[in-house]
Design a protein. Sequence first.
Length: 355
Amino acid sequence: MTASFKDLSEVLKIESECGNERAFAEKMTEKLLEFTDKENIEIDRLNNVIAYIGDRSKPVVMLSAHQDELSLIVTNIEENGFLRVLNIGGTDRRTLLSSEGLLKIKADNEDGYELLPVIFCNTPPHLLKPGTANNIPEYKELFVDTGLPAEIVKQKVRPSDRIYIQAPITELLNNRVASKALDNKLCVYAILTALKKLKMAIKHNELDVCIAVLFASQEEVGSRGARVGTYNINPDEAIILDVTFAKQPGVSDSAELGKGAVIEYSTIFDKQLTNKIKKAADNKNLPYQLWAEGVNLGTDADMVQIMRCGVKTTLISVPIRNMHTPVEVADLSDVESAADIVAAYIETYLKEDVK
C-alpha cells in the first residue's frame, strides 16, 4: 500500500486555517515538484495551489481537494483578558469545552508569528442556572484563556487573530488514523498518492492529457478558492475529492470505513464521466462504494460544475467518522482506494503506442 500514516502525518501537521492557508500551500508546492517543474506551479491570490502536469495543449483533467481547515477567530478581548471567539467554518462547538488550542499572533518583532497555548472554557457546572448544565454553550458563552495577565493579553492579541484546535495525530489499530483536519487534508494526500502511482507515466510522457492539480482554499466558508481556481484552470473535466460521513453510532445511512472510496452520483455530476471512472475501477478490480444523491452534496464540486461555461464534474469521497471534530477517523485503505481510482481513470488517457 502506497498510503502510509507517516506520509499522511506530514500533511496533517501543517496548519491551514481557512483564509490563511499560505504555509500549507507552500509545502504542497514542494511536494508537487516531484511531478512537474517549478514554472508549472503557482500559489494564487487566494492561496490556491495550481499545478500543471503534462502538455497543456492536451485535454485538461483537474484533480481538486480543498486544503483549508476549521479554526476560530478572536472577536473581542474582555477587560479581564479572556477572549471572545467565533467559528470559521462548521466547527462542532460540542467539542470545544476544555479543549486546547493554539493562538496565532504576530511576534513581538513583527517578523513572523508566535503561537500561544490556550484553553476553551465556560462557567463551571456548579454555578450554572438550574436545568442548563446539559446545554451546549453558544459562542457568546464561550471564553478563551491564555493564562496571561489582562494587560499582556491586550498588548499581544488583536481581534482577527486565529485559533486552531490542538490535537494529536493518532495511529489507531486496524490501519486507521484519528486527527483533526482529515477534512480535507486526507484528500489532498490522496491526490499526492495518486500522482505517485502515475509517476512513471508522467516521467516518460505517456499520458495524452494534462493533469491540473488544484488544492483549493476557503471551502469551509463557501468554496471561494475552488471558484477562482477552476475559472483560472478552465478544465475539460474535474474530479473533486472530499470526505463523506462514515457509519458510526447515530450515522447509519452512509458509507463504511475500510470498504473503499465512494464514487458519487448526483443530478449535478456528469454521469458519463462518473460511469467512466467506475468502469476504470472495475477494470482493475478496485474496491469502491457507490452513493447517489438527488442534488448537491455541499462540496467544491457544487461550484466547480457551473464555472465559466460549465465543467464536466464528478466527486470521489473518502469516508470519515466524527466529521468536524478534533478526532476525525479514517481508514488508510480508503485513501489508497481513492488514489487507485483516480490513477486508473487517468491511465485511460495513456497514449495509444503505450497501451
